[in-house]
Every structure is written in C-alpha cells, then in structure tokens.
Design a binder for this molecule. Structure first.
Ligand code: ATP
Length: 355
C-alpha cells in the first residue's frame, strides 16, 4: 500500500500543529517520523490513520483519495506507547479480539481464529504466554502482544506511535531489531513515530525529520545523518561541534585554519557556523605541515568501540567543549593522556550562515 500526503495543514486554535506537509510513502516501506516533542508527529500519524481530521490537504492510499474515509475503512493497525490490552482477557483473547468483533459474515470460524492467533503469537515469539493475563507480562512482552493484536486483522498499513517509548533502554534496543526483522518478513507499509534519533537511524528505511509542524528533511538514515539539510537536523540527529567560521574570497576558514568549502556552501563572503560531527574531527599529536587547531584533552571516555575525547580549544575559539571520537586503534597509537595538548582538524563539515 502506498500513502501520499498532499499539502496537509492542521491548526489547534491559533496554534499551527502541521503546516503544508507533503510526503510520499512507498509500498512496504518502514518510515520514521522523527522530531522533538510538539513537532506534530502524532497529529500527522493520527490524520493518516483517520483518527484526526486535517483543516486542508489530502491523504491518498494507493492513489485513492481517503481523506474523508472512516478509520475502519482504511485497514490500518495501531500500536501506541501505552497500548491498553484488555486486563480481564487472556493474551490469546486479546489477540483474537479484532477477529471476534467482525461483522458475522466476515468473522472467521473459531478454528480459523485459533489458527491465526497461534500463528501470530509464534510470530512475536510469545506463544507460550497465550493463557496468561496482561499483568503477568513484562512491558516489552505486552508491546509485542499489542503488535500481534494490531496484525491480527491483517492491516494494509501499520502505524506505531512511540511503541517502545515506555520501556527501558535494553528492551527498547532488542525490540527495535526485532521490529525491523518483523517488518522485513511481512513487508507491510509502516510508519512509526519517535523522538529518539538512534531508534529512527537504526530501524527506518527513510526518516522524516519534523520541527514545529514542518518537514525539515526526508531521507535515508545515512542521508539525514551525513548530509543534514539544516542546522536543526544537524543538531537533532547526533552530537555536533559548532565553530565560528567565515567564507572570504571563496575560501573557508575556522580561525586561521583554511578548510575546503563544502560543496553545498555558497562562495559569497559570509560569517558562518561550521558543524562538525565528533567522528569527523581528526586528532594528531603533531602538526603535519598544514595548519591545525590546538586543543587540550580534558576528559577521555573509553567505553565501546570508539574512544571519546573532550577537548578545550586553546585560544577559546569556541567556549564549548569539543567532542572527538576516534577508534581504539588510533587512541593506542597516539597514546593520549588527559591534560595533553593535541592538534585537531575537521575532516568533513557543513557551513551554515550565522544569522
Ligand atoms: P510528542 O513527541 O510530545 O508526542 P508530537 O511531535 O507528537 O509530540 P503532537 O502530539 O502532534 O506532537 O502535537 C503537536 C502540537 O499540537 C503540540 O504543541 C500539541 O500541544 C498540539 N496539539 C495536539 N493535539 C491538540 C489538541 N487536540 N488540542 C490542542 N492542541 C493540540
């Protein structure tokens, strides 16, 4: 099922929750709506679902205008952050619910319901919990049951609103990988809302970055991370260092460090802010010919595959701490210790005008 959103807007009183949203979702795609709290993600998801109406604009399912279609006619399955399973029903009956309440002529036989529910419980790897009640399950298990319940009615589209938001970090991570795999097996068009960058980067085919009711950028995880379209996307998608810079006579500078003008940047003279990701900062013990910025190591964090360095710029070019991430091998090669002076150079950066 493909989904198209055209010129969608929604006001709540004088507040603009969505402003002229345009979006195209391919069949079988797993799309993340990513943005800070209040950016309009849930409102957009609810309008696509048919749970909320737009003031203007259209929603198309498989090229057919579905803007005024009732939620039941859209064949969507939902999973919310706090999906209330029915407390008085067993896990089996919770999953069977959507099938049991179907109009009589569409309702499968009891035998067929048993077969389908068992199959779904196997799919979410919880068939051994069929006779338990929701309060006897962990939060992660409950969310997997919520997903099985959403899938029971064979929706054409799956909509998930912060499905793992209430769970602890470890369970979240497990469920992310599991959702990705489930999606790959089933190939159902799916949209999930999250404010967690890592979740979106890890799970989605494409990410829609939202800010104040508008789309800042749409792209693959790699595109939005490596080529952010705006300062907002740069800062929202991961840790980033900001340096004051300038473009002068077609040449870019940070302090007296000459840098290549990034291809997206204008060559007109301007004051600019340079955005550099920690892993794009090269760290050296000595200066190798070209100029570099000197900095002092104020903290070393060696957990995980990369070593993170916190640095202080010698000339206070930026009063912010500079974060660099280097490989363990490089760290051992350089034999760095806290308090030492090093030389740093951005390998890759983006320049945006300093308004
Ligand atoms: P969160 O991550 O916090 O859930 P979100 O990006 O999903 O945020 P929305 O829930 O879509 O954001 O809300 C967008 C804005 O619209 C918010 O400022 C919210 O207060 C406002 N809003 C949403 N629903 C209503 C409503 N029914 N009445 C008034 N304002 C609303």
């Amino acid at each position: 099922m493909s989904i198209e959103v055209h010129n969608l807007s929604r006001q709540f009183g004088s507040f603009t929750a969505l402003h002229n949203i345009n979006l195209q979702i391919n069949p079988g795609e797993l799309l993340a709506l990513l943005g800070p709290s209040g950016s309009g993600k849930t409102t957009l998801l609810r309008i696509i679902a048919g749970l909320e109406t737009a003031d203007s604009g259209r929603v198309l399912f498989n090229q057919q205008d579905s803007t005024t279609k009732h939620v039941r006619e859209r064949h969507v399955g939902f999973v919310f952050q706090h999906y209330a399973l029915f407390r008085h029903m067993t896990i089996f009956e919770n999953v069977a619910f959507g099938l049991r309440v179907r109009p009589k002529k569409e309702r499968p036989s009891n035998q067929e319901i048993k077969r389908r529910v068992t199959e779904l419980l196997q799919l979410v790897q919880l068939d051994w919990l069929a006779d338990r009640y929701p309060h006897q399950l962990s939060g992660g298990q409950r969310q997997r049951i919520a997903l099985a319940r959403a899938l029971a009615v064979e929706p054409s589209v799956l909509l998930l609103d912060e499905p793992f938001g209430a769970l602890d970090a470890k369970v979240r991570k497990e469920l992310r990988a599991w959702l990705r795999k489930l999606h790959d097996d089933m190939h159902m068009t799916s949209i999930f809302v999250t404010h967690d960058q890592d979740e979106a980067l890890e799970v989605a085919d494409r990410i829609v970055v939202m800010n104040r009711g508008q789309i800042e950028q749409i792209g693959t995880p790699n595109e939005v991370y490596e080529k952010p379209a705006s300062p907002f996307v740069y800062e929202f998608l991961g840790q980033v260092n900001l340096f004051h810079g300038r473009i002068h006579h077609g040449q870019a500078w940070i302090s007296d460090l000459k840098i290549d003008v990034p291809e997206h940047a204008t060559t007109e003279d301007l004051d600019a802010i340079a955005y550099v990701r920690p892993h794009d900062i090269e760290v050296n013990r000595t200066v190798s010919g070209e100029p570099a910025l000197s900095a002092r190591i104020i903290h070393i964090l060696a957990i995980g595959p990369a070593v993170r360095l916190e640095l202080e710029h010698a000339d206070k070019l930026t009063k912010n701490t500079i974060y660099a991430a280097i490989s363990k091998e490089r760290f051992h090669e350089l034999q760095l210790v806290k308090g030492e002076q090093v030389f740093i150079k951005p390998r890759h950066l983006a320049l945006f005008p300093n308004h």
